[in-house]
Design a binder for this molecule. Structure first.
Ligand SMILES: Nc1ncnc2c1ncn2[C@@H]1O[C@H](COP(=O)(O)OP(=O)(O)OP(=O)(O)O)[C@@H](O)[C@H]1O
Length: 260
C-alpha cells in the first residue's frame, strides 16, 4: 500500500482550476520532487495535503485514512509535516524554543500543568528539549551550542530555512513536505541540503516530497519527479526521463532556459 494516495483531486479558485483531477501515489521511503512552471498548482497541492485548504473534489488518503476535512493540526499529528516557501518562524523566540514549540503535537500537558509544573510536566519538558536538540543536531554545527539561545530573527537566511526543517522534524513526521527548500541558498548550501535530505530519509526513515525550481537539487536528490502543468500531472519518472519528455520541455523546461 502507498503511504499516500490522492485520487481525482481538484481545487478551483474562482475561474482558475489550480489542481485538476489529480491521481498520485507516494510510496513509503521515497524522495519525490514536484516541479512545474509558475502557477502549475504545486503549492496548492501541498496546501490541500496538509489541510490548509479543502478540495472541491477527490480524496487524500494517508496510511489508509482519508484526511480530507481534517484540520492541519490533526494532519500534523497523523505524521505529515511541512515547510513553507516563505520561512515561518517565531522571530523573537530562540532557535531551541522554535523547535520545542513545534513538538506541541506530540506533548500532552495543558496550560494548567504548565503553570503548576508537576513532575510529569517537567519530564515531558525535558524530553521535548532533548528531542528538539536532536533535531537541531541533524544540521551539524550550524544550529547547536550557543545558537540554541539565539533569536531566530538573527540567523542567516540559510540557517532560518534549516531551522524550519528542524521544526518539521521535531514533530516526528512520516511524510515531510518541503516547499522550495533551497530558495535563497547559494550553490554550496544547496549541495549541502541535497546530502541532508538524503540523510533525513536514510537515517530517520522519513518519506520526502519537495517542490523545487532549482534543477541541481531536483536532479541530485529525487528518485521520482512529478511534473504539474495547469493543475494536471503531465509526466512522472526519473529525472532524465522527465527532462527529455516533449510535453515537459514544452510546458516547463522550454519556458525555463536554466533547467538543464
Ligand atoms: N488563494 C488563492 N486564491 C486565488 N487563486 C489562487 C490561490 N492560490 C493559488 N491560486 C492560483 O492557483 C494557481 C496555482 O497556484 P500555485 O501557487 O499552487 O502554483 P505553484 O505551482 O505553486 O506556483 P509557483 O511555482 O509560482 O509557486 C495559480 O493560477 C494561482 O494564481
Amino acid at each position: 500500500m502507498a503511504l499516500f494516495e490522492i485520487r481525482e483531486l481538484s481545487k478551483d479558485f474562482g475561474g482558475v482550476r489550480a489542481v485538476d483531477g489529480l491521481d498520485l501515489d507516494v510510496e513509503d521511503g521515497e524522495i519525490l520532487c514536484v516541479i512545474g512552471p509558475n502557477g502549475a498548482g504545486k503549492t496548492t497541492l501541498f496546501n490541500l495535503v496538509t489541510g490548509m485548504i479543502q478540495p472541491d473534489h477527490g480524496s487524500i488518503v494517508f496510511t489508509g485514512q482519508n484526511v480530507v476535512g481534517l484540520r492541519p493540526s490533526q494532519i500534523l499529528e497523523l505524521g505529515v509535516a511541512r515547510t513553507f516557501q516563505n520561512v515561518r518562524l517565531f522571530p523573537e523566540m530562540s532557535v531551541l524554543e522554535n523547535v520545542m514549540v513545534a513538538r506541541h503535537c506530540r506533548t500532552r500537558s495543558g496550560m494548567l500543568k504548565a503553570v503548576l509544573r508537576p513532575p510529569s510536566f517537567r519530564r515531558e519538558e525535558a524530553e521535548t528539549r532533548q528531542r528538539a536538540e536532536q533535531a537541531l543536531a541533524f544540521f551539524g554545527s550550524r544550529l547547536v551550542g550557543w545558537r540554541f539561545d539565539t533569536p531566530a530573527r538573527s540567523l542567516s537566511y540559510a540557517n532560518r530555512r534549516r531551522l524550519e526543517i528542524a521544526r518539521a522534524l521535531a514533530s516526528e513526521p512520516r511524510l515531510l513536505l518541503l516547499d522550495e527548500p533551497t530558495a535563497g541558498m547559494n550553490p554550496r548550501e544547496t549541495t549541502e541540503l541535497i546530502g541532508l535530505i538524503r540523510r533525513i530519509r536514510d537515517e530517520l526513515g522519513i518519506t520526502i516530497a519537495l517542490i523545487e525550481h532549482d534543477m541541481r537539487l531536483v536532479k541530485g536528490v529525487s528518485e521520482r519527479v512529478l511534473v504539474l502543468d495547469y493543475g494536471q500531472l503531465i509526466a512522472a519518472g526519473g529525472y532524465d526521463e522527465v527532462a527529455s519528455n516533449d510535453r515537459v520541455i514544452e510546458a516547463y523546461l522550454g519556458r525555463k532556459a536554466s533547467a538543464t
